[in-house]
Design a protein around this ligand. Structure first.
Ligand code: NAD
Ligand code: DAU
Length: 336
């Protein structure tokens, strides 16, 4: 089965590629990635010499480049991870978010339609449901109430992708996952940023009161769910993927503090994120019912494994925390 995996040099896309190529199997994979600040060839080093793997550097919003890759590979399926994925960056600078997440997705959908691709899996997020009041959980029919430019761009691209099923009968599936964590995550998101700062003895910037709730999903559990949907999901359907582990941010930070030997004085409460969603909560019952998937990694074990990975892979962190990262960090955190 020939796959094009967009965004395969990023955090989740690279975990998906490593997972598929970790055992003998039917998959031949071409990664299509622009290598933005978040795309890192080091993430794919473990599969670099696998004959089932190829890499093409291209922008998903570049129709000429995308059509050339699709024509050459003639994929059975496209698994679409590529995105500008960080909420804070989308607030500071929404333009690339709209360009990649909406126009890039449109460009890929058109290329897939032209080529008659048999499966198109659009990887999306629970953020499209917005903040969920207690005690509710979003199922796949929950209204889309996106808050940030990032989540609005994902909601827009979800609807666009689904329209290709309704209108053209192109077999599109959409997955909406909760917050991922694990090795190789760029240190701009909560868990890797707090771990990297803690390991360097820096302060830990908690937004607002730190009582916002997120549902944590280990990245390999997410990738197994995506594979299940690719193999068993029904065309035109949306599948939620949750970690079944809701925690307030402050508690996550306190666990990282305890595991890295710091104390609570390293927490710095900073100005809240504008439009900050208070609580995410979703049910993955549909996915479990239809494919048998369930998350396997307990949060305690997953967090310990993640901290160990960052402790061991200091060179990886040093390389990604370059001048451009420092610039972003100062812009986001300096005057908070
Ligand atoms: P990431 O930021 O780590 O990686 C994104 C990848 O996309 C990078 O390799 C980057 O180079 C590539 N990319 C960006 N713009 C591109 C373009 N125009 N053309 C080609 N490649 C481009 O993101 P991630 O955390 O791995 O997220 C992957 C997907 O999963 C995204 O669609 C995101 O919305 C979704 N998602 C993420 C989470 C999470 O917690 N991280 C949760 C649910 C859903
Ligand atoms: O829910 C899925 C989404 O999860 C994905 O679609 C996004 O791609 C991914 O970035 C993530 O979005 P969040 O905004 O929830 O993740 P982030 O790691 O940026 O923040 C998690 C929570 O931690 C959020 O409430 C904001 C807070 N936070 C974050 C950072 C970076 C802090 O308090 N301090 C910080 O420095």
């Amino acid at each position: 089965m020939k796959l094009i995996v967009t965004g395969g040099a990023g955090f989740i896309g690279s975990a998906f590629v490593r997972l598929l190529l970790s055992t003998p199997g039917p998959y031949e994979i071409t990664v299509l990635d622009k290598l933005t600040y978040a795309g890192n060839p080091d993430n794919l080093a473990p599969v670099a010499s696998d004959p089932r793997y190829k890499f093409v550097q291209a922008d998903i919003a570049d129709a000429v480049a995308v059509n050339a890759v699709v024509d050459e590979v003639q994929p059975d399926a496209i698994v679409h991870f590529a995105a500008e994925s960080h909420v804070d960056r989308s607030i500071l600078s929404p333009e690339p978010v709209v360009q990649t997440n909406i126009f890039g997705t449109f460009t890929l959908l058109e290329a897939a339609r032209r080529a008659g691709v048999k499966r198109f899996l659009h990887v999306s997020t629970d953020e499209v449901y917005g903040s969920i009041p207690e005690p509710h959980e979003a199922d796949e029919n929950y209204p889309l109430i996106a808050s940030s430019p990032y989540s609005a761009s994902k909601a827009g691209s979800d609807l666009l992708a689904l329209s290709y099923w309704t209108t053209y009968k192109m077999p599109v599936m959409v997955t909406r996952a909760s917050n991922n964590y694990g090795p190789y995550q760029f240190p701009e998101k909560l868990i890797p940023l707090m771990i990297a700062n803690a390991l360097e003895g820096k302060t830990l910037p908690v937004y607002g009161d730190g009582q916002q709730i997120r549902d944590w999903l280990y990245v390999d559990d997410h990738c197994r769910a995506i594979l299940a949907v690719l193999e068993k999901g029904r065309a035109g359907e949306v599948y939620n993927i949750g970690g079944s582990r809701a925690l307030p941010n402050l508690e996550v930070v306190q666990r990282i503090i305890a595991a890295t030997g710091l104390d609570e004085s390293s927490i710095r409460y900073v100005t809240d994120r504008p439009g900050h969603d208070r609580r995410y909560a979703l049910t993955s019952d549909k996915l479990t019912r239809e494919t048998g998937w369930a998350p396997q990694m307990e949060f305690e074990a997953g967090l310990a494994a993640t901290i160990d990975w960052y402790r061991t892979n200091t060179r990886w962190i040093e390389r990604v925390r370059t001048g451009a990262y420092r610039e972003y960090y100062d812009q986001n955190y300096e005057n908070r």
